[in-house]
Design a protein around this ligand. Structure first.
Ligand code: FES
Ligand SMILES: [Fe+2]
Length: 436
């Protein structure tokens, strides 16, 4: 790939081709839970510094970080019944960016109001996440992905700040082979064992659908009937992955940083139904060990982060040597380039939904659909095969209060632990069983 093409795919500021493409889609920017604890939050998304808030009437707003008066930080403003007031001289802004009050000016010049606005973007909440639309024109529908409608599950949102370009993460969404080496085999080595290594990949495939691609695999221990081949995992368009029980969104902070925003679902056992979650917790996962400064390698996503960051702040794709394992990467890049052309023509890119009916519940390929919909009895839940459901293996740092909430929801002990402790025969090593 040429340097200029690499830049075209990785630059995210407003006015850049990819910046405009990503702005065509609603992006998750925070957990709803975060604004339950405080009323404002500074966010930096797609190179824009913004203030997210919930006013006293419960309405969300997303406005410029800096006040248009004399540039004070709106994150230190205070919320009113309607809107956010700058704490420096009291200017009050509505969530559409219009000004509601300029106290001193109104006292001295009650009949004159100089027009002024603050930049503002639409925000919505769904599935414990806050979503923003930073694009121009009429926002498309915010898709309610099917898993957001699932019942009887314990959900948690996990956010990490990852210092690299978003595309490195997204290319990982369509890279089946890395699982064998970066997760399965590296984990064996991290445990201090020299082997045996995990079953090898025998066959991979990539299939396009309306909202992305699936990647499908057969390994030495699975065959064509395995859902990893028949259903696959989802490279969700344009900047997420969906594995069957969780989403990871890769949201650019700027060109050299991104937020990994994960949404994780664990189905409670039959004995705990009906389960209705009052509050979806959000927590922040660290990348480095506080005491040693070393990268954390014990959890699946922490391993991924190390790969992406290692590729450089913005990977130099002119120096790559792509091979047949990277067929999906090529498909993803070509589709992104087609999308850039569509946006330049003023058309909707792939994956945009304008039909409200369609957006209400958007089905996705789900590997273990029967389990997440129908659930399983406690007797099965506590078997070794389901051990990954009784601990949080994806990211290091689950806070104790979240572990306890998960434990209360599931009605079984939730172990503190990591992917390193998942047994060789466990689901994460060999994929779901062929019981469907
Ligand atoms: S800087 Fe915000 S009101 Fe003056
Ligand atoms: Fe991975």
């Amino acid at each position: 790939m040429k340097q200029d093409q690499n830049e075209r795919l990785t630059a995210t500021a407003a006015g850049t081709p990819m910046g405009e493409l990503l702005r065509c889609h609603w992006q998750p920017i925070a957990g709803v839970d975060e604004l339950n604890q405080r009323s404002t939050k500074a966010v930096r998304i797609l190179g824009e510094d913004l203030t997210l808030y919930r006013d006293l009437s419960g309405n969300l707003g997303l406005i410029d970080r800096q006040c248009p008066h004399r540039r004070a930080d709106m994150t230190f403003g205070y919320v009113e019944a309607c809107g956010l007031r700058c704490s420096y001289h009291g200017w009050l802004f509505d969530r559409d960016g219009s000004i509601l009050e300029q106290p001193w000016e109104e006292t001295v010049n009650p009949n004159r109001r100089e027009p002024v606005r603050i930049k503002a973007y639409p925000v919505r909440e769904m599935a414990g996440l806050i979503w923003a639309y930073l694009g121009q024109g009429q926002p498309p529908e915010l898709p309610c992905w099917e898993p957001f409608t699932w019942k009887n599950g314990f959900v948690q949102v996990v956010i990490s700040h990852v210092p690299c370009n978003w595309l490195q993460a997204q290319e990982n969404s369509i890279d089946p082979i890395h699982f064998e080496w970066m997760h399965a085999n590296w984990t064996i080595r991290l445990r201090g064992e020299k082997g045996p290594y995990a079953p090898r990949h025998q066959k991979i495939d990539f299939r396009e659908f309306d909202y992305g691609f699936t990647y499908n695999r057969i390994r030495e221990d699975t065959d064509e009937n395995n859902p990893l081949w028949t259903v696959g995992r989802v490279c969700l368009w344009p900047n997420a992955v969906f594995t069957g029980d969780h989403f990871e969104f890769r949201v650019p902070v700027d060109d050299e940083n991104m937020l990994s925003i994960g949404w994780f679902f664990v189905r409670v056992p039959h004995e705990k139904e009906p389960f209705v979650q009052e509050r979806i917790p959000t927590w922040y996962g660290p990348l480095k060990d506080e005491a040693t400064g070393e990268w954390i390698t014990s959890h699946v996503m922490n391993q991924d982060f190390i790969a992406w960051i290692g590729q450089g702040a913005i990977a130099d794709r002119s120096k790559e040597n792509l091979r047949s394992s990277d067929r999906g990467i090529g498909m993803l890049r070509r589709q992104l380039l087609r999308d850039l052309e569509a946006v330049a023509r003023g058309e909707d890119p792939k994956g945009i939904i304008r039909d409200p009916e369609r957006a209400k519940c958007v089905p996705l390929p789900v590997i273990d659909r029967k389990m997440v919909i129908d659930g399983i009895p406690l007797a099965e839940f506590i078997t070794p095969k389901r051990r990954h459901m009784r601990k949080f293996i994806f990211q290091y740092g689950q806070p104790e209060h979240v572990r306890q909430a998960q434990e209360a929801a599931l009605g079984v002990e939730v172990e503190i632990g990591s992917y390193l402790q998942i047994d060789e025969g466990g689901r994460m090593a060999s994929g779901p069983s062929k019981t469907k």
